[in-house]
Design a protein around this ligand. Structure first.
Ligand SMILES: [Zn+2]
Length: 422
């Protein structure tokens, strides 16, 4: 077996010096620390327990809005959204008057660590649960636009469709030894890790990013039997990655909280309705959590962007919105860009964040609450910002000091490749 390449590379201003060992970063979608605690307390995650004991376990701050693609793009580039440009699944392009879905990789403004690592000689594989995320992360790594780079990028959602020309591998179901799982399942996430185990074992990859989906976390609280079962499965696969000698880093894209009235039912502020009632028509509220996988959250999260009707006097509206019960932060465009590290040209006039148990909606008619009739759990705001941050190896002193400060989840590759005392 060829040992993993150790040639250093630079991406988005940061230098990475990979170890001569397989390196694996896992992003456990929607995993607030409570999920790990619940499973650890019940003895369901012995391998994670060992990581925490022999390596490092702490918390890191994710990028806001605390959404999936925002944070996966941050982890992939090692940079905040102001650099990579992804602010959610949707934004409103005022110039064209269109609500634009940000699924296409052309919206990604920064190079990924994956593409740079592959060009430096690492065998890179990216595995996501959702296909939309795979396309974003595959940019520059594999496919017709990345000739000769030689990476692998696959999703469990479309495992059966993987082709060498576009995904870097085919016959994935045989390689993994499992059929393509349904996307609305815990199995879609377990498949991601099993694919990582198989690619590592077959020496198809020595540099992996494994990114799951948060179906289980949207549906079940940390102590629920289904959640404990799920994390037990994650831990078993984690054990198989560690057993192959990989340096493993584990974090999450965002946390997850119940967004219910104490008496039941989703706790929603219909912001577009409220603004129209108070100030008249013409307001447009964009909910960047909106995506085709509505069964997860009914397009309800704790972050919204407001576009004002012309001429757009922001100050009185900002003041009024900030006084709404359940709203925790309101920023004008340039303050939001500065404080939240967001790209100014993909925001609106106002950025609004809601409380731990509150979500922001457009109008009652716009949302299909039947999708979340079983209880709404969601994310997007400040209260889903802190996420687990674990390394399988002890940290070098400089990195231990950083970990004690304000580490970010998108520092995880820096910590895995540069920060562990191997
Ligand atoms: Zn997520």
């Amino acid at each position: 077996m060829t040992p993993p390449a150790t040639t250093p590379f630079v991406v988005n201003g940061r230098r990475y010096a990979p170890p001569a060992r397989p390196a694996v970063v896992i992003c456990l979608d929607g995993s607030s620390d409570e999920y790990l605690d619940a499973a650890l307390d019940r003895g369901r995650m012995p391998h994670l327990q060992r990581m925490a004991r022999d390596g490092y376990r702490g918390l890191a701050r994710s990028a806001l809005p605390s959404f999936t693609n925002v944070n996966n793009a941050s982890i992939a580039t090692g940079a905040p959204p102001a650099v990579h440009g992804i602010v959610g699944n949707y934004f409103y392009d005022a110039a064209s008057g269109q609500e634009v879905m940000m699924n296409s990789p052309t919206f990604l403004r920064a190079e990924t660590i994956f593409a740079a690592a592959a060009r430096s000689g690492r065998r890179v594989a990216v595995v996501s649960a959702k296909e939309k995320l795979r396309k974003l992360l595959a940019q520059g790594l594999v496919g017709p636009e990345a000739p000769g780079v030689g990476g692998i990028a696959v999703s469990s959602e479309k495992a059966h469709e993987a082709l060498v020309a576009t995904h870097g591998i085919e016959d994935l179901e045989r390689v993994v030894g499992l059929p393509t799982p349904p996307i609305y399942s815990g199995a879609a996430s377990l498949y991601v890790l099993e694919a990582g185990v198989a690619l590592l074992a077959r020496q198809r990859a020595d540099f992996l990013y494994l990114s799951t989906t948060d179906f289980i976390q949207h549906k079940f609280a940390p102590e629920a039997v289904e959640a404990l079962e799920f994390y037990g499965g994650i831990d078993a696969a984690l054990g198989r990655l560690l057993a192959q000698g990989a340096v493993v880093g584990l974090t999450a894209d965002h946390g997850m909280n119940a967004k219910q009235h104490p008496g039941g039912g989703p706790n929603v502020i219909y912001l577009e309705s409220a603004l129209t009632q108070q100030f008249g028509p013409g307001f447009r509220v964009i909910l960047p959590i909106t995506d085709p996988y509505v069964a997860h959250h009914g397009a309800l999260g704790s972050f919204a962007v407001v576009h004002l009707p012309p001429p757009g006097a922001a100050a009185p509206v900002r003041q009024w919105v900030s006084e709404l019960a359940g709203v925790t932060e309101v920023y004008d465009r340039s303050t939001a860009a500065r404080k939240l590290e967001l790209p100014e040209d993909r925001l609106g006039d106002l950025v609004v964040l809601a409380g731990r148990d509150v979500v922001l909606g457009r109008t009652p008619e716009w949302h299909d609450l039947a999708a979340v009739a079983g209880g709404l759990r969601s994310h997007g705001g400040r209260y889903e910002e802190m996420v687990p941050f674990l390394l399988s190896e002890p940290l070098r002193p400089a990195y231990a000091a950083r970990a004690a400060g304000d580490p970010r989840n998108f520092d995880i590759f820096d910590f895995v490749l540069n920060g562990t005392a191997l």
